[in-house]
Ligand binder design. Structure first.
Ligand code: FMN
Length: 325
């Protein structure tokens, strides 16, 4: 398939797997890449126990990269949070990870930024090492996207409030964002947030996207390490029953659980974002990976009503890629 995002990233089909804490592991990334899309390794990939040790985080990530390479000879991306300019603490975490990525000669780094604008110097540093950059603003605006468009990135991701995981702080839907910027962005870009069917992928294409960036739909797959309980709960859940609350970054949309009800209560009472984040520390691992729906939570897109079955990664990639033929 000839398409700008495929050419930029060296892949066959313009379907990019989203970075998902605990869930974007080697088997899943390789399944997406082997299907012709771009797999991703996220934080805590391949693990089921937490660590706060930076050296151990780096070594665990390294082993997962090597494992992925045994499962596929196709490109995949690895997740990197851009350090905040002038912030030594964020460098202390990001530098060892970046050095390991260079040692392992990764193909593509998926970057995101905790600040309004992407760190231009850091993007340059990655590109100078000959590594491709796929960038996503966590809370995109026209200004932040055009700033990223002006940097030397290979591809961009534009996400909207429909997305699973931490949602944009600005609560702007994907198609509103695309109406504003779809025709202005020069870098090839993928649209993300609520992409579950070929129909919505086609709509994103009409709005200027050359590909799609997919989390929730691709986590309800045979190859994803999410608990079977969690996958079934997503299939059974109704979008109208999910709750949304202010989170560490932007917002979170989750199933109703004692854990998420507590977070919602804190958010409504005006608690600081860090206090709310402390309340849900560990909830991703418990809810998504271990299937504990009481003390964990399920974080998903608001398009889940269109997910009715567990599929293979290849089935999902093929279905969504058909929108770009
Ligand atoms: C369970 C879950 C965990 C996520 N964790 C991360 C993460 O660690 N880093 C990140 O950049 N995005 C994370 N995301 C957001 C995804 O990268 C992506 O933006 C989102 O899944 C796209 O929307 P969709 O779920 O509607 O396809 C996560 C999403 C989900 C559903």
């Amino acid at each position: 398939m000839k398409n700008r995002i495929c050419e930029a990233l060296g892949i066959e089909k313009p379907v990019l797997a989203a970075s998902m804490n605990w869930l974007s592991n080697a088997e899943w990334a390789a399944a997406v890449s082997n299907a012709g899309g771009l797999g991703n390794l996220g934080f805590n990939c391949g693990q089921n126990m937490e660590t706060v040790d930076v050296a151990e985080t780096v070594e665990r990530f390294r082993q997962e990269i090597r494992k992925t390479r045994e499962l596929t000879d196709k490109p995949f991306s690895v997740t990197y949070i851009l350090p905040v300019e002038g912030n030594a603490a964020s460098r202390a975490f990001s530098d060892p990870i970046f050095d390991m990525f260079c040692e392992e000669m990764v193909d593509v780094i998926y970057t995101n930024n905790m600040t309004p604008l992407a760190n231009a110097g850091e993007i340059k540093r990655i590109r100078e090492r000959g590594i491709k950059v796929l960038h996503r603003d966590l809370s995109p605006t026209k200004e932040s996207l055009l700033h990223a468009d002006g940097l030397d990135v290979d591809a961009l991701i534009v996400t909207g409030f429909e997305a699973g995981g931490h949602m944009t702080a600005h609560r702007i839907g994907l198609f509103s964002m695309l109406q504003e910027v779809g025709a202005l962005i020069k870098t090839p870009f993928a649209a993300g947030g609520g992409i579950c069917t070929a129909a919505v992928a086609r709509a994103a294409r009409v709005m200027g996207a050359q590909g799609v960036y997919v989390g929730t739909r691709l986590l309800v797959t045979e190859e994803n390490p999410a608990s079977d309980i969690t996958k079934q709960a997503i299939i059974n859940a109704k979008a109208e029953e999910l709750i949304e609350f202010r989170a560490q970054v932007g917002y979170l949309r989750t199933n109703k659980s004692p854990m998420s009800a507590d977070c919602d209560k804190l958010a409504r009472a005006g608690a600081d974002a860090r206090v709310i984040a402390n309340a849900y520390a560990g909830a991703w691992r418990r809810g998504m990976l271990l299937g504990d729906l009481n003390y964990g939570f399920i974080s998903v897109s608001d398009a889940i009503n269109s997910i009715t079955a567990v599929k293979t990664c290849k089935e999902v990639v093929d279905e969504l890629a058909a929108a770009f033929v």
